[in-house]
Design a binder for this molecule. Structure first.
Ligand SMILES: O=P(O)(O)OC[C@H]1O[C@](O)(CO)[C@@H](O)[C@@H]1O
Length: 241
């Protein structure tokens, strides 16, 4: 596990953008695993800037997002599909057909989860997976629990995540209680993983992760310790607390 400590959020976002740019230069049809949440927003801004000012080309890039709320369709302003279109895809030259966000309105959700993992593998698997981390150590919507799903599955959100994400909704009652998420096993299949964290509220989770001695389902991010190519990019606040 490699750690890069950047001065602030801006530098963290630029460092992540730079890595992705270099990887797209090596492989224009790269498969990117993408995350939502406020953490990667700066990285998306940086990639948009690189597209506009440095001709970074997304025309062959394929993307898979980690998660989506159950019950929200892609037109809903709080859905992750809407978020991704709004803050990233609509501003670059990506073919929208090459972007995948789990369908929170799929009729048969169980079957849909299996299919999602299959289409990722059919596309060649994720080359670089971008991750954020929850204050409680969750990755995507894999919440601390007695057991964690290996593949994409439907999960119940914890009170702390519902609380944290209610800032995006009109009221806490509007936050969906379940979500589709790629599983820990799906995430660990990526060839390379970049985890981003900023702000003092992430320091406890980052400290726990950097101890590096144990994996625990109570700390879903700890499973990243089993992966051979993980880079954690943090700002000083997330590093020092
Ligand atoms: O980046 P944020 O907004 O702090 O969220 C952290 C994590 O929580 C989630 O948004 C899920 O609640 C993840 O997708 C994200 O990685």
């Amino acid at each position: 596990m490699k750690i890069l400590v950047e001065k602030d959020y801006d530098m963290m976002s630029k460092a992540a953008g730079q890595i992705i740019k270099e990887e797209i230069a090596k492989k224009p049809n790269i498969v990117l695993g993408l995350a939502t949440g406020s953490t990667p927003e700066g990285m998306y801004k940086e990639l948009i800037r690189m597209h506009k000012e440095e001709e970074l080309d997304f025309s062959k890039v394929v993307t898979f997002n980690l998660d989506e709320y159950v019950g929200l369709d892609g037109d809903h302003p709080n859905s992750y599909r809407y978020f991704m279109n709004d803050i990233f895809f609509n501003h670059i030259n990506i073919n929208i057909k090459n972007t995948h966000v789990p369908n929170g309105k799929a009729e048969d959700l169980g079957q849909y989860c299996k299919t999602y993992d299959e289409i990722i593998q059919e596309a060649g698997g994720v080359d670089i997976q971008i991750l954020g981390i929850g204050e409680n150590g969750h990755v995507a919507f894999n919440e601390p629990d007695e057991a964690l799903s290996v593949g994409t599955s439907i999960v119940k959100l914890t009170e702390s995540t519902i609380q944290a994400n209610s800032r995006f909704f009109d009221s806490i009652e509007d936050v969906p209680k379940t979500a589709i998420t790629m599983g820990i096993g799906s995430i660990l299949k990526a060839k390379k993983i970049i985890l981003l964290a900023n702000g003092k509220n992430k320091a406890k989770a980052i400290k726990e992760l950097l101890k590096g001695d144990k994996v625990s389902t109570q700390m879903p991010a700890s499973f990243l310790l089993l992966h051979p190519d993980v880079t954690i990019i943090v700002d000083e606040d997330a590093y020092k607390g």
